[in-house]
Design a protein around this ligand. Structure first.
Ligand code: ATP
Length: 270
């Protein structure tokens, strides 16, 4: 319905449709209020990046998929925003790479855990970890509900995909010796800087590309996948993301910014 209200030519159409999915997710009890705000931070960086997947993201997608395919026990972590935006893609990617799916919330409540798990199941997930009693293990060094994970999921995983994650948890997962892959539009966030592989892109664009890449790389030998990882440098990728923003702003700052608005002719009586 909302879709029909935004004309196809609207410059912010995609962005507005994504917002609407989050609002829907909030109404369904998937997304926390704080999640709506977190999305705003992401949107701002998407604006700066140019709202298109850039070469540095493609490099990270390839490395991330290689790491997931090489993993012994890969897990995809899902929070409210991830569920609202890419539930179908999470389920599809998990099937292609044979990964577990775990609900992993910053603002954990039973209701939200259950709502997210149900939503993922409606989108084809057979099993969803991290719900209720299953989230009985804890990540060392973290406090409160944020530290709870599944002993059959993130706790024992060797590689975790944790999109839109918070910095403390990313650092704690790294300290536990896990390979951490994230999707985060902000190349300066602590998560982006603490992860092993950072896909600086909107999750809505990145996930379908990851699925495609996983289907392609599934046919590669382990040796070839390992070479992808050996040649990958996350620091370089983050630098490229920042340089891209820098060059974009440089060129925009030298261009004409004001919009020409055609004003209606005033009549003499006005
Ligand atoms: P950190 O603790 O890692 O420094 P943060 O406190 O800035 O992170 P959070 O609110 O914990 O951020 O997490 C949200 C992160 O997800 C932000 O860095 C934001 O840029 C990013 N983000 C939000 N929406 C999207 C999206 N649709 N796609 C990709 N990244 C997103």
């Amino acid at each position: 319905m909302f879709k029909l209200l935004i004309p196809p030519s609207h410059p912010r159409r995609e962005s507005l449709l994504i917002r609407e999915r989050l609002v829907e997710g909030f109404k369904r009890g998937l997304v926390a209020l704080e999640g709506l705000i977190a999305h705003g931070r992401g949107e701002c960086f998407d604006y700066l990046i140019g709202e298109k997947t850039q070469p540095f993201a493609l490099k990270a997608i390839e490395a991330g998929v290689a790491a997931l395919l090489l993993a012994e026990y890969p897990v995809i972590s899902v929070n409210g925003n991830v569920a609202a935006l890419v539930a179908k893609e999470v389920v599809e990617l998990a099937k292609v790479i044979d990964a577990k799916i775990e609900v992993n919330l910053f603002y954990r409540t039973r209701e939200r855990e259950k709502a997210i798990a149900e939503w993922l199941k409606e989108h084809g997930a057979e099993e969803v970890l991290g719900v209720g009693e299953d989230a009985s293990a804890t990540i060392p060094e973290l406090f409160s509900e944020r530290r709870r994970v599944s002993p059959r999921g993130i706790l024992v995983a060797d590689v975790v995909l944790v999109p839109l994650e918070d910095g403390d948890r990313t650092e704690a997962l790294r300290k536990m010796g896990k390979t951490v892959i994230t999707i985060d539009l902000n190349p300066l966030s602590r998560t982006a800087r603490a992860a092993n592989i950072t896909i600086v892109d909107n999750i809505v664009r990145a996930m379908p590309l990851m699925i495609k890449k996983a289907e392609e790389l599934k046919g590669w030998s382990r040796e070839r996948l390992r070479r992808v990882l050996e040649n990958y440098d996350n620091n370089e990728v983050l630098q490229e993301a920042l340089k891209h923003i820098l060059h974009r702003l440089e060129s925009l700052s030298n261009s004409k910014l004001v919009l020409e608005i055609e004003e209606a002719c005033r009549t003499s009586s006005e």
